[in-house]
Design a binder for this molecule. Structure first.
Ligand code: PYC
Length: 309
């Protein structure tokens, strides 16, 4: 019987499952190479850890690995119901809470290697965590796509550790009871932007007015496997900050409070890396709670021991 020890947490409602023992051995080398090895040779582990019948479409897995970048203390590979993520903001905050829960992390910085470059996670004394994310930028402004069943939709394409299509004007109400309609609309938008020559865009982010008076915006984020992000999405908030910075709508050092569809929140800030090039260094702060300590059992007699794929 193969066993995988995981610790679950949620960050603003979005789950993270950190693999502590029993995950695949991906060897050494740059994390981009190791995630390729994970995809090509060990994808059944991804499915066993996050997919049904043990998991769900919403869980993001985090495999801790030795770093390749010498400035880092650890490396992490994030994965979901359909594949692998370059970076994951809510997952990094979940990882920090998990390591703190285990007594492996004290308040301070933890430099983490990821397939898209190193990030710095900070555990604050009050238990909140910040992620100084990878360099983020807007790739294209005001792209209009014809969306089947909806009509023309205009948005920006931006990088925040994953690729996003960010849409302000959509005529939809960002409320939990509308999740089916929001999922359907954003899935169609994703198809349309991919067909426009942006095949790498795998997240769609809609914006609307916040529920809380001190927040700046509410979002709905569709993830690659058609699940919606219960958190405000760390990489999505980074992409949003890149657009706000490029439009001169938020100054370096100012706070942006991003609400999720649940009303959970991240605080984002940025510093310019290169103003002329539009690249920023975003930081996203949030809170995660550890909520399960589980041993996954992979019994040879179980036809779905590697998950439903
Ligand atoms: O927080 O960056 C994030 C994220 C990506 C996908 C789900 N959450």
């Amino acid at each position: 019987m193969h066993k995988i020890h995981v610790l679950d947490s949620h960050t603003g409602g979005e789950p993270t499952r950190v693999v502590l023992e029993g995950g695949p051995d991906l060897g050494s080398g740059p994390l981009a190479d190791r995630v390729r090895r994970f995809r090509e040779n060990f994808d059944h582990y991804r499915s066993a850890i996050v997919n049904e019948p043990r998991g769900s479409d919403v869980i993001v897995g985090a495999l801790l690995v030795p770093p390749s970048d010498p400035s880092c203390q650890a490396g992490v590979l994030f994965f979901n119901n359909v594949g692998y993520l370059g970076m994951c903001g809510h997952g990094t905050i979940g990882l920090v809470a998990t390591l703190a829960h285990l007594g492996r992390l004290q308040p301070g910085d933890l430099r983490l290697d990821t397939p898209v470059g190193p990030v710095t996670a900070t555990l604050h004394p009050d238990g909140t965590a910040s992620v100084a994310n990878v360099s983020s930028h807007r790739q294209a402004k005001g792209i209009t796509v014809e969306v089947e069943g909806i009509g023309p939709v205009t948005g920006d394409v931006a990088w925040g550790g994953n690729w996003f299509f960010l849409v302000e004007k959509h005529g939809l109400s960002l409320e939990l009871r509308n999740v089916d309609a929001l999922t359907d609309a954003t899935w169609r938008m994703r198809q349309a932007i991919n067909a426009q020559g942006y095949p790498e865009v795998d997240h769609v982010e809609l914006f609307g007015p916040p529920g809380a008076p001190d927040a700046h915006s509410r979002n709905f984020v569709l993830c690659p496997g058609k699940a919606y992000d219960r958190s405000p999405c760390g990489t999505g908030t980074s992409a949003k900050l890149a657009c706000l910075a490029a439009d001169g709508k938020l100054a370096a050092g100012e706070s942006w409070i991003q609400e999720s569809i649940l009303g959970s929140r991240f605080t984002g800030r940025f510093e310019w890396i290169d103003r002329a090039a539009g690249t920023i260094a975003p930081t996203v702060t949030g809170t995660a709670h550890v909520n399960a300590d589980i041993t996954l059992l992979l019994d040879e007699s179980d036809p779905f021991r590697w998950g439903i794929r």
